[in-house]
Design a protein around this ligand. Sequence first.
Ligand code: NAG
Length: 371
Amino acid sequence: MLEILLFGYLITCVSGQGGADVVLSCSLVEEGSGMGGMGGGALFSRTPATLVLRDLAVTPDLSPDTLTPFNPPAVPDPDNIILEAKVESPEIPEADLLLHADCNEQEVTCEISRYFPRNAKEGSTEPAYFIGSLQIEGGGLSLTLVLQTLPLDQSDRPALMQSKLELPLSQSGTLLTEVVFLVFSRSESHSAPLGGMALLDCGFRQQAPPPGRELGLEWRLQHRGSGRKVLEIRAGQTETEEGPAVHVEREGSSVDAALLVGQGNASLTLARLKVSDEGTYICTVSTGLYQAQQVIQLHVTQPPHVSLSEEKLVFRDELPQKLSCHCKNYYPLDVQMEWFSVSSTDSEPDSYWMVLGFLVITILFFYQVMK
Ligand SMILES: *[C@@H]1O[C@H](CO)[C@@H](O)[C@H](O)[C@H]1NC(C)=O
């Protein structure tokens, strides 16, 4: 039984020469067509698709003998959408996590859509581009990949055309692509205390950029329907160019420009957190050619400061007495409060604690309202 289970795991994580192949079930998302103009109809349509990431560079902790490389279907089918992506340069960071997610049957959500780079030639269909968004369920890694189709090595036979995308397929019935740009985050959700500091993880990788290309980074905050810019950087991608232009909108926010240009690290630091910093952050990296984003949630949390109005209550003449509990300086504001008595010690009579239950309880909520 154990062997059967093990085998079941291993066939989902397949390995090629020197690296591993990861096969993901995805949806091809397209803007819906013809579904009744204003205010009606499905805006997007979804078609099942497969994304195969070839030869991921991973640490070899799985025995290569037990793994087999991805095998395309024996008979190419023009209705299948199989994107085969060469991942060489840039490499996918934390590719181990993807492989392990695949092997551990952790879900990886995957959406693919057509992408039209900003400087693409009008009307040209070659090469074609796709954008793939991958997220490991439960966090750990989120990736946005820009995939560029590779020229087919045209032999005597005319290539089969993918029926939906109208793009030529390889001999094995797959769309051959390579990863040309990616933006990633290793923490899609982050909690930090009020007044403290937060580091929102975001990074990018690209093929060697053509000289003179600008690199742009924008961090935006989206919260309850309104959005604002937090910080923006424009920098040259070569050292000879003048220093980066940094535009800080939210005081106390920063990105290390040297890490951005040198290592593709676009992480945002926010100092002196306020409640108004909470929300959805969007990290957008653009090179001259491509642009992609990551979305990261920031939650601000602050445990309450709790105090009692009296340290000791003494009952005389059966008069009711008031004990209040003060709870302040906490966030978020949805709070639950509970009174309970610790079982009596020898020195304190039971009645003392019993009476507590009948006290008028006044709960005063104070909270810091941050601008
Ligand atoms: C960016 O740099 C910070 C600080 O050195 C580090 O903690 C973080 O992991 C880096 N993130 C990426 C995406 O490289």
